[in-house]
Design a protein around this ligand. Structure first.
Ligand code: DAU
Length: 300
């Protein structure tokens, strides 16, 4: 069902129809650059949307019998960006790290995390929250670093690296994020927060070089290595320097660890994009081209 997360009537109707035993709340505006150009959408979807879903979930949960009520879960999918930015030698984010969101996107996610926490403490709604690092893999929308670089390289377009390219992200293959959420739904404790990450800290420029090397191997270009297309462009305003997740709690308490290494995951990802160029072409619609103009045309 494609619907608006702020549409309370629709959500109430869906909950009544489907009687879910759990809600996994993935719905969010998620791209930092878009939040810089248009923060209003992020407040509406991420803050008002989470509020609407929590209220609808609370109404549904209150109507359940005692057994179903105890088994019900509201799982909130959040991000490591709520914790702010790390210096080069700072310890990785643990679940008790203070919140220091720096972008309109991360501030809106931080606000939603606080609402979820409050609905547990005030109303007893059985919630869990996960704060995950950067995902990558199939069906990643080509506004984000990895799919954008693959799509641009295949089109012979510049590969726009923001600033000095030394910003560090902690990459996790998407199906590992899914298995972490399943583990939390099965055995996570209501009211608890779990940090999820891949133990894969890498500077952006290294990611871009890895993608170029894989494309050189899997789809060589007669014009030479794809790395010739790397172009340093004006940095993202307020760009967080480093994220790193301490994922020891979810390992210790729920026995979760990622199955993929970065090397296996990134190769699968490039192979998937090469085999699914129709999907990429389909999502690169008019609205997507407008976005590229808005985000990249003004950068020197
Ligand atoms: O950390 C988790 C977060 O990861 C999620 O909460 C966000 O929803 C998700 O978008 C992602 O945020 P990032 O800002 O880290 O992802 P993005 O793919 O936009 O950028 C990754 C890094 O690459 C970041 O340092 C900015 C840089 N970058 C990105 C783009 C799109 C470039 O250098 N050039 C680009 O064209």
């Amino acid at each position: 069902m494609h619907g608006d997360i702020c549409d309370r009537e629709l959500i109430d109707r869906l909950l009544a129809e489907h009687q879910p035993r759990a809600i996994v709340h993935f719905a969010a505006e998620s791209h930092v650059d878009r939040s810089i150009h248009g923060p209003g959408d992020f407040i509406r979807t991420n803050v008002n949307g989470t509020f609407t879903l929590l209220e609808a979930a609370r109404g549904h949960w209150m109507g359940l019998d005692a057994e179903a009520k105890a088994a019900f879960r509201f799982h909130h999918v959040s991000t490591d960006e709520v914790y702010g930015s790390l210096g080069p030698t700072d310890p990785a984010f643990s679940e008790t790290k203070t919140y220091e969101p720096n972008s309109p996107y991360s501030a809106s996610k931080a606000a939603s995390d606080h609402l979820v926490r409050a609905w547990h403490h005030t109303y007893g709604l059985p919630v869990t929250t996960s704060n995950c690092s950067n995902n990558y893999g199939p069906y990643h929308f080509p506004e984000k670093l990895i799919p954008l670089m693959i799509a641009n390289a295949l089109a012979g377009k510049p590969l726009p690296v923001y600033g000095d390219g030394q910003q560090i992200r902690d990459w996790l293959y998407v199906t590992d994020h899914c298995s972490a959420i399943r583990a939390i739904l099965q055995a996570g404790k209501p009211g608890e927060v779990y940090n999820v990450g891949g133990w894969n800290e890498k500077p952006n420029i290294e990611i871009v070089h890895t993608l170029c090397a894989l494309l050189d191997e899997l789809k060589p270009d007669a014009a030479g290595s794809y790395s010739r297309l790397i172009t340093y462009v004006t940095d993202r305003p307020g760009h967080d320097r480093r994220y790193a997740i301490d994922a020891r709690k979810i390992e210790r308490e729920l026995g979760w660890r990622p199955a993929e290494t970065f090397e296996t995951g990134i190769r699968k990802t490039v192979e998937w994009y090469l085999a699914n160029q129709d999907w990429v072409a389909h999502v690169q619609s008019g609205a997507y081209r407008d976005w590229l103009d808005k985000n990249y045309a003004g950068r020197s």
